[in-house]
Design a protein around this ligand. Sequence first.
Ligand code: CU
Length: 116
Amino acid sequence: MKKIFTPIAAGLLTGLFLSATIVAAQGKVSEIVISQKGKKFVPGRVEAKVGDVLTFVNEEKRKRHNVYSKTAGFKYLKIRKQKPGDRDSVTLKNAGTATIRCALHPKMKLTVVVTE
Ligand SMILES: [Cu+2]
């Protein structure tokens, strides 16, 4: 039973993986990586499409950061707490221009321009 099940399970998993890959390729979803370094978002401005993923990487030695937005329509852009080395992602759901900030360092600012 086990010998029959395993190839089927492997086949299903491969199929799922291929489907996910094809969907991603068709939608051309991009991952945009933003560093948090020297108490700055680097880069400080990015352009993206709806569906793209913003990934925030805390590259500090000791400082913590977080991510939030008060821009109408973009309040879902939120990462609670990031320790050095943490890498967290959020998916852009709608078009517009959002300002992202860090509550711990009020001078940190990232502008995200999102188009359809
Ligand atoms: Cu910060």
